[in-house]
Every structure is written in C-alpha cells, then in structure tokens.
Design a protein around this ligand. Structure first.
Ligand SMILES: [Zn+2]
Length: 326
C-alpha cells in the first residue's frame, strides 16, 4: 500500500536531477549573488524542492508564454499556436499524447476545436483525470486570460513534466481542453464546456470512463491573494482528500474551509456520476474586478501560489494512489 505513495514522494528528487533551483528556471543568466527571479518577495516561488519538486516559477513562465500568444478563443489562429506549444512541451517531456479534433456546434456556427490529452499509463487499473482549459473568452476584446485559462494550463504543463516519466499504479491523464468559455452567453443553449463534454462522451464511447476514479479540474488557481474554497457541487470525499492533503502540507491558509459554487468543466463528469472536484477561485477575481476583463494579465499571477497548488495536486495524487491500490 505504501509503495504507491513512495513513488510520488520521490518525484521531486528525481526531477531535481535536471535542475530544480531558481537559477536553472531563469535560464542561468543570473549571477551567484542576484536573486534567481525578479518578482515581488511575497509572490516568488520557493525552490521546487520545497514544493514536492513542482516548479512554481516554471509554471509561471509557461503561463506567461501562453499569454504571449495574445487572445486565443476557440477557432482563432492564435489558439493553433497555443495548441502547438502545448503539444511540443508535452512531446519534449516524453508524454504519450492524443489529440481529439472535433467540430462544436455553437451559437456562432460550427467551430473546430481540439482537446489534447497526455496519458501516463498505469501499472494497474484505474485512471485519475486532471483537467484544465486553455481557450480564452471570445466575448471580451483584448482578453489574454493569464488567470482564466493561463495559470491552470501552466500548472498542468509543469505537472506533466513530472508525471510523464513516472510509472504510477493508476494511470494519470492530463486533459488540456478547448471550448470551456461561452461563444456568446454561458447561460443559453449549452454555450460552454464544449471540450469537457466532448471528452466525457469520447471516454464513455471508448470504455475508459468507467475506470476513472476521480477528476481534478484546475481553473483560476494562480492569482495573488488566492483562497481556494470548497466548490459545493464537487464530490465531497474528493474535496476532503485534497483539502486534508493541503492542510497536512501547511497550506490551510490557502485551502480554506469556506464554500463556493461554480459551473465548470467538471459538470459533465458529475452528470455521469464520476467523482470530480473543481479547484477554482472565481469569487476573489470577480471581487477584484479582473474576471473576464482585459486586466486578466500576468501582473495578477503569483508563482508562489502556482507552486502551492501544484504541490497539493502532486501530493493528492499520491494519496489517491494509496487509496486505490489493491
Ligand atoms: Zn472564463
């Protein structure tokens, strides 16, 4: 039982052989005396060794790269560049990748979309599915989505760096979803979650859905002043597992006990009775006036908070592995 756990606990050590310190993350251009990264002190990522090997600065750099492509709503030219970037990063990490091209029927017509799924095969039966969306909202001009779409995708790319060379007991699938955002209006005609609805249908058809033990969705998890509240539609045991893992790691100040509610890419899985949790801090971002505005930019993102959520996610995978080990 504990063997599975040990696999995950050693991930950080293995990954650090390739360079986990801040100097490596900044490309080695920093002198020995200078700080490794130029961020304000509060939001600087700790060394990756302190967060289970998860590099908060690397996740931050990936988020910045995604933002650099500019607005990338579904069907745009820019989103093709984003897809190429995600694919090439996953490929470089040695991930097994599948791309699902599909046509979504939307209120503005048929739009070509693409889900990208990196799969780490398991030695046993069962799948843990991690998800993010990488499209940006179409209805807001000049919207680049540093937090809404960017941060969780940057986080997932860094997670993939760790997992794609591992041999876990449970398979880990990391889904990069298109079409989460509404083309016109979220509240009308199912105009949302195109990618997750495609994925759940495809997994059901392929016979994989029955093997999914849990879905962990990340969406808006990198903002400064992050407070992760328990999303009320999410599966209670899975919420408890993640929140207790966070508390054990000393992040009770970030993963707080209050509740919130969100409609998101986990909904199609909950509808199929698959356990799922949405990690999201929508409330604070709305309150600050940045949600779905052109102000959703990199200056709102904290490498430290990316590191915390990444650490919790990696550690939670270890707990899930133990829970479902036979
Ligand atoms: Zn959004």
């Amino acid at each position: 039982m504990s063997g599975g756990m040990r696999v995950w606990m050693t991930i950080g050590v293995l990954a650090c052989a390739a360079g986990c310190n801040g100097n490596a993350a900044s490309g080695g251009k920093v002198s020995a005396n200078a700080p490794a990264v130029v961020l304000d002190g509060q939001d600087k990522a700790p060394p990756a060794q302190q967060t289970g090997g998860f590099g908060g600065q690397r996740a931050y750099d990936d988020t910045a790269k995604l933002v650099s492509f500019g607005p990338h709503p579904s069907g745009s030219d820019a989103i093709k560049q984003v897809q190429n970037y995600i694919y090439s990063e996953l490929h470089a990490d040695g991930c097994q990748i599948s791309q699902d091209n599909f046509n979504a029927q939307t209120p503005i017509g048929t739009i070509a979309m693409q889900n990208i799924v990196a799969e780490v095969p398991g030695t046993g039966k069962g799948i843990i599915l991690l998800m993010t969306h990488y499209d940006t909202v179409r209805t807001v001009p000049d919207f680049v989505g540093a937090e809404d779409g960017g941060s969780s995708t940057g986080l997932m790319l860094e997670i993939a760096r760790h997992l794609c060379s591992e041999k876990p007991q449970l398979a880990i699938w990391m889904a990069f979803l298109d079409g989460e955002e509404a083309m016109v209006d979220w509240n009308t005609n199912d105009d949302h979650t195109y990618g997750s609805r495609e994925l759940v249908a495809k997994m059901e058809l392929d016979g994989d859905l029955k093997d999914v033990k849990g879905v962990i969705l990340a969406d808006m998890i990198g903002q400064k002043g992050l407070t992760m509240k328990r999303e009320s539609s999410s599966t209670p045991w899975l919420v408890d597992l993640i929140w207790s893992t966070a508390a054990k790691l000393g992040y009770g100040n970030v993963f707080v006990s209050q509740s919130t509610g969100a409609s998101d890419d986990h909904d199609p899985f909950l509808a199929k009775k698959v356990p799922a949790v949405d990690l999201i801090d929508l409330d604070d971002y709305i309150a600050e006036g940045y949600w779905h505005t052109p102000q959703d930019t990199m200056d709102k993102i904290s490498a430290k908070n990316l590191a915390i959520v990444g650490h919790v996610m990696l550690a939670s995978l270890g707990v899930l592995e133990t829970k479902f080990s036979k």
